[in-house]
Design a protein. Structure first.
Length: 88
């Protein structure tokens, strides 16, 4: 049986991790906004929108676990170039 102190500490750590993750995503979104605007302005044929939709559908079907059972690494989640994967 867990004590109240352990529950409070676990909740605090989970909340702190969620806060750091959210702030990191907001910072990356802010930093990548000019690049996204330029890419969308240069996308005449609508290729980026099509690739984004395909990538989101693929990710929803795949989930966050790879086929070999490994999860995505922390470095992959924090990479500033992960949002540009649909450009390749």
């Amino acid at each position: 049986m867990q004590t109240l102190a352990v529950d409070i500490a676990t909740t605090f750590i989970d909340d702190a991790a969620a806060l750091v993750t959210g702030l990191g995503r907001a910072l990356l979104k802010f930093a990548m906004a000019p690049i996204d605007r330029i890419a969308n302005a240069c996308d005449i044929a609508g290729v980026l929108a099509e690739r984004r939709a395909t990538f989101q559908m693929w990710r929803a079907n795949r989930g966050s676990v790879r086929r070999d059972g490994r999860r995505f690494s922390l470095l992959g989640r924090l990479s500033p170039f992960r949002h540009l994967a649909h450009l390749t």
